[in-house]
Design a protein around this ligand. Structure first.
Ligand SMILES: O=C(CO)[C@H](O)[C@H](O)COP(=O)(O)O
Length: 236
């Protein structure tokens, strides 16, 4: 069984008002915060690193932290970096809940999954648009989540690639109970395709952070996913 999860990408937030922006999307129904870490090598852009994640962790405590009244969220760190193994310990320390590495960035994905787990984080693997989905078939049983990129990683605000949907469908058929995430160009117009293909974790940056009614967009995304999971008998 899987749940609908909406993970706003903080790449689309106003970094000068990050705490405020994150509280706003969480209070509007977001389940996770999607944190895009880019190193200027794996992708042609630089975003943020551990000092910002550590500060944000103070502003947005972990789910289940009963010592703080602040809005809480799961930190879903999407590591668009070369040599992701170098950053596992640092990101565990600064408060990441999940570490998503790129299949294309590592030589030994299974060893990396084990390293991530040994640091008490969930382990996820992402594939770029040009990477075939079958590279995830052997690794799938070891993962908490697979991420199918629906844009070329590097920048927010790009056009959703509908031709990635057969990859999502293939993963959902093979791993009915796994979290399957889509990332890039998701909003009210494109969610029907992703939900129908079987995605349950929806990353949405521009469509959530620029919405006139944040709660309305988030609940629309979740509803589309719920309806499709229910039709597959997987909503849990
Ligand atoms: O990983 C990313 C880019 O590499 C972003 O998370 C993604 O593009 C989401 O942004 P938007 O919803 O604005 O497309």
């Amino acid at each position: 069984m899987v749940k609908p999860i909406v993970a706003p990408s903080i790449l689309a937030s106003d970094f000068a008002n990050l705490e405020c922006g994150c509280h706003k999307v969480i209070n509007a129904g977001a389940d996770w915060l999607h944190i895009d870490v880019m190193d200027g090598h794996f992708v042609p852009n630089i975003t943020l690193g551990q000092p910002i994640v550590a500060s944000l962790r103070k502003a947005v405590p972990r789910v289940g932290d009963t010592t703080s009244p602040k809005p809480k969220a799961f930190f879903d760190c999407h590591m668009m970096v070369e040599s992701p193994e170098r950053w596992v310990a640092d990101f565990a320390k600064c408060g990441a809940d999940q570490f998503t590495f790129h299949y294309e960035a590592t030589e030994d994905p299974l060893a990396l999954v084990k390293l991530i787990r040994s640091h008490n984080m969930k382990a996820a693997c992402a594939i770029k648009p040009g990477t075939p989905v079958d590279v995830l078939y052997e690794l799938g049983p070891h993962l908490d989540m697979a991420l199918v990129m629906t844009v070329e990683p590097g920048f927010g605000g790009q056009k959703f690639m509908i031709d990635m949907m057969p990859k999502v469908e293939a993963l959902r058929n093979k791993f009915p109970h796994m979290n399957i995430q889509v990332d890039g160009g998701l909003g009210k117009e494109t969610i029907p395709h992703a939900a129908k293909a079987g995605a349950n974790v929806i990353v949405a940056g521009t469509s959530v952070f620029t919405a006139a009614d944040t709660a309305d967009v988030i609940s629309y995304l979740k509803q589309e996913v719920s309806t499709n999971l229910e039709a597959r008998g997987l909503l849990g």
